[in-house]
Design a protein around this ligand. Structure first.
Ligand code: KG4
Ligand code: ZN
Length: 350
């Protein structure tokens, strides 16, 4: 029996994302990014995001169906992100999903965006061979696993006891890691989002030129904090500007050192956590998971704890996308949900 075909929608932040999935297999994964619109503000501006989602959602749905070579008669259910995220942005996806569900008599399944990032490591590409166009090998992970989510809105350690049963073991108490990279990148005029630019510039930089303090080492919990790194960066950048020393090489060195500070904080807390919990796999997800330096550092920690590290098979699954939402829905029962109200602060273990 083949798995149901899902049309998945995510409008939690600044990407209007629609995908068609079958089980863990991605048939299409379309992302209409609003990054250009938000450049001007150096971050996501909620009312601008809402308007852009409204304009983009129908064309993005059409593109996802076309790319998957499906039409509405092939779709068994609609999965939609209910939270966490920006309330006005979530509302567009949820309202649209509710309307489509009514129009085409489909079930709408509300999904947690963070569960999407966690399970993004289980997504599979569509097989292109003639013999095997329908089914794909299902990934059966060894559980429990520890998932590290590093994005622009979240930085947290999630224990995956079973698929659908999670416990948050630690999280940032202030800014997310991606947010820290974006905010410091803004001070360096690197555009928005700055994370990928920081990664590119860091390749030519010296990681040891600027020293960043390791935060929260005195605190026994596995929580993290990135706002101190941001404040420290601001002070250093102001000093460099005053002395007229912010040249290209200095910016590259700054990016390399900043990455070191942000990622060492995550891996320090992660290593401590892995000494306390017994897991069989380490997973990585979220926008910053696309960063090769972060992956290398996590691979090192995984190796020290004799754990396999799973990352999404393509970088497109790290940042916000709807394919991950479709994958989560493949583990849910297809029953009508009475509640499609937005949940901006929805925790993964609520
Ligand atoms: O998962 P995501 O698309 O959105 C949220 O759910 O927040 O993550 C976006 C974040 C942004 O902060 C962006 O700068 C960061 O991911 N990011 C990166 C890279 N690609 C995206 N940070 C560092 N290196 C990258 N290659
Ligand atoms: Zn996200």
């Amino acid at each position: 029996m083949t798995a149901p075909i899902i049309l998945a929608i995510d409008t939690s932040c600044d990407e209007t994302a629609v995908a068609v999935t079958r089980g863990q297999t991605i048939l299409s994964n379309i992302i209409a990014s609003q990054a250009q619109l938000h450049q001007h503000y150096g971050g996501v501006f909620p009312t601008v995001a809402k308007q852009a989602h409204k304009e983009n959602i129908e064309p993005t749905i059409k593109a996802a169906l076309t790319r998957a070579s499906k039409d509405w008669s092939d779709i068994n259910a609609i999965a939609v992100t209910q939270g966490p995220g920006l309330a006005p942005a979530l509302e567009v996806g949820l309202n649209h999903a509710a309307q489509l569900a009514k129009k085409y008599s489909k079930i709408a399944i509300p999904i947690n965006h963070l569960e999407g990032h966690v399970l993004s490591v289980l997504a599979q590409p569509r097989l292109k061979t003639k013999l095997n166009t329908k089914t794909n090998q299902v990934i059966s992970p060894s559980l429990p696993a520890l998932s590290v989510i590093v994005s622009g809105g979240h930085t947290e350690f999630v224990l995956v006891k079973q698929i659908g049963r999670y416990q948050r073991l630690g999280a940032t108490v202030d800014d997310a890691a991606g947010e820290c990279l974006d905010k410091v990148g803004r001070l360096l005029n690197l555009g928005y989002p700055a994370g990928p630019v920081v990664e590119q510039l860091a390749k030519k930089g010296d990681t040891t030129r600027f020293k960043f303090p390791l935060p929260m080492t005195e605190i026994k919990t596995f929580n993290m904090s990135f706002s101190g790194l941001k404040t420290h960066s601001r002070r250093l950048i102001n000093e460099l500007e005053t002395k007229n020393q912010l040249d290209r090489q200095t910016i590259a060195d700054f990016c390399a050192s900043l990455q070191e500070g942000v990622f060492n904080h995550i891996t320090y807390k992660l290593a401590k956590l892995l000494n306390q919990v017994s897991v069989k796999e380490l997973w990585l997800g979220g926008g910053v998971a696309a960063n090769m330096t972060l992956r290398r550092k996590l691979r090192q920690v995984a190796k020290e704890h004799q754990l396999p590290l799973r990352v999404p098979y393509t970088k497109k699954l790290c940042g916000d996308n709807a394919a991950m939402i479709g994958v989560v829905s493949s583990f849910k029962s297809l029953k009508p949900s009475a509640n499609l109200d937005r949940k901006p602060g929805w925790r993964i273990d609520d």
